[in-house]
Ligand binder design. Structure first.
Ligand code: ADP
Ligand code: MG
Length: 319
């Protein structure tokens, strides 16, 4: 079965000039441009854990690549290549074709070539390794945030988590929110544009507070977030009318795949212009402070009383 499936994949993939050898040999051979560093990451999606069991195969394909391109975006890297490890319960050709529809649609948008992988029988799980490059020494990192920097977020955090909650509740379901869950937008062009502007950057996958917390730890600073500054949307407000619940979701819901980054106030206009150039909404939501605390202020400027937690795979009580 594997050979048939691999052949289906091989037939459909696009190539690039920098792929010396793609699918079909024991390993791929790739040409890294002179003066650039290779940036690489891997993320796995397990059925029922990282996507609801009723997720369309096209959407699983999209998301498997999107979450990895989001990691490259957070590093300010230009994506180039990827590897795909597929564990499938059945040698289901229809599933693979539909999966490829979503996967390759996103790959095409970013000119990413699928250059190899592995296909095995087992519980449904998809692991993608993405590779890209940055000019030597230019990768954005979690460390680098400075006291006085502003904290920014792209997009609308919480929409994907609201989509997941609606799916779980089984009531009315908003297709916009579900699409944020199933088809996240990796902020690749924003990451590139921020490379010379941001002091630190992370992609938000486990919740805004949890991921901003990683930036603070790595940078050895604290921050103050203002709930009143969080970007919202009509879909989010309609789905979660209660302001406190909505705030909790925006701060600690997962699956946003937005960029959270820091930049000095003097770069505010440059950041705005850079994001506008790539059609990405972005907002200042707080400030980096001395100390190691992450403070959250409510709309009145008072300390927020809500629960502050992120998603941790080993703490199952949260889901
Ligand atoms: P090997 O036994 O050497 O690992 P495989 O039969 O696993 O070889 O794979 C054969 C070729 O097909 C390799 O080039 C591999 O990278 C590619 N390949 C296998 N599975 C996938 C997949 N899911 N997506 C893309 N390429 C794949
Ligand atoms: Mg193999």
């Amino acid at each position: 079965m594997e050979f048939d499936l691999i052949e289906r994949i091989r037939r459909r993939v696009a190539t690039r000039a920098d792929v010396a050898l793609g699918i079909g040999d024991d390993a791929a051979v790739l040409r890294i441009p002179t003066g650039q560093e290779l940036v690489t990451c891997v993320d796995t999606l397990n059925a029922g854990v990282h996507f609801p069991l009723d997720t369309a195969p096209e959407d699983i394909g999209w998301k498997a690549l999107a979450v990895n391109l989001s990691d490259l975006a957070a590093m300010g890297a230009t994506p180039a290549w990827c590897l795909l490890s597929l564990s499938l319960p059945h040698g289901d050709a229809a599933f693979v074709e539909a999966f490829l529809d979503g996967f390759l649609a996103l790959a095409k948008q970013h000119e990413v070539a699928l250059v190899g992988g592995d296909t095995t029988r087992g519980p449904l799980a998809i692991s993608v390794t993405a590779m890209g490059f940055v000019p030597a020494g230019k990768a954005l990192q979690r460390r680098g945030a400075q006291v006085g920097d502003e904290v920014w977020i792209t997009g609308v955090p919480g929409e994907a988590a609201a989509g997941l909650q609606q799916w779980r509740d089984g009531g009315a379901r908003d297709t916009v929110l579900r699409a944020r869950l199933d088809r996240p937008t990796p902020r690749v062009s924003a990451g590139l544009a921020l490379r010379d502007l941001a002091t630190a950057c992370i992609d938000v996958s486990d919740g805004l507070l949890a991921d901003l917390g990683h930036v603070l730890n790595a940078s050895e600073v604290g921050a103050c977030l203002e709930l009143g500054k969080l970007p919202g949307s009509s879909a989010l407000s309609a789905a979660i009318p209660d302001a406190a619940k909505r705030a909790t979701l925006q701060l600690s819901g997962g699956d946003d795949y937005e960029l959270c980054f820091t930049a000095p106030p003097s770069q505010r206009e440059a950041v705005d212009a850079a994001l506008a150039q790539c059609d990405t909404a972005g907002r200042v939501i707080g400030t980096i402070e001395a100390g190691l605390e992450l403070r959250v202020l409510d709309a009145m400027g008072e300390p927020w009383q809500g629960v502050v937690r992120g998603w941790n795979h080993f703490d199952q009580e949260q889901r």
